[in-house]
Ligand binder design. Structure first.
Ligand SMILES: CC(C)(COP(=O)(O)OP(=O)(O)OC[C@H]1O[C@@H](n2cnc3c(N)ncnc32)[C@H](O)[C@@H]1OP(=O)(O)O)[C@@H](O)C(=O)NCCC(=O)NCCS
Length: 118
């Protein structure tokens, strides 16, 4: 099992189009942040970044991945749910500006494929 901070950047024609950062310890990982620049959204970059970081985490021995997302963030929640993440908890008033609950999502990832188990 390896600890670490996978940080992946998606590049389109020499420009940073998106990034994802995670961390892991033992067999648990967490996606800390994910962002795709507005001009590059809805082109599959967010999905590719999450799939790639899940593979990276699986390769480091991670079997369960967590993340937090704003309750109102329909785009991100849909993306994560399509990759096998499910809601496991809520953190009331977790975010500021504006104040909003966080939804905690979790997925199990398979060792051999590095993809979320659906
Ligand atoms: C969430 C985000 C990373 C998605 O990136 P993206 O590159 O546009 O996503 P993709 O093109 O890979 O889309 C993958 C899936 O996400 C969902 N999705 C993405 N944008 C969506 C939107 N505006 N509305 C609804 N669903 C959306 C869809 O299920 C989509 O699959 P589909 O294209 O087959 O319908 C991007 O909108 C973003 O950077 N948002 C601001 C930052 C943020 O919310 N980060 C997540 C914090 S946890």
């Amino acid at each position: 099992m390896t600890a670490g901070v996978p940080f992946l950047v998606a590049e389109r024609r020499g420009v940073v189009a998106g990034y994802v950062v995670a961390h892991c310890a033992a067999d648990e990982g967490e996606i800390l942040n994910l962002g795709v620049a507005p001009a590059h959204r809805r082109q599959g970059i967010g999905r590719a970044l999450v799939e790639r970081v899940l593979q990276e985490l699986a390769g480091r021995g991670v079997r369960t991945v967590y993340l937090e997302v704003r309750a109102s963030n329909a785009a991100a929640r849909q993306l994560y749910e399509s990759l096998g993440f499910g809601e496991v908890a809520r953190r009331a008033r977790y975010y500021r500006r504006p104040v909003e609950d966080a939804v905690v999502l979790r997925a199990a990832i398979a060792a051999e494929r590095g993809s979320a188990k659906l």
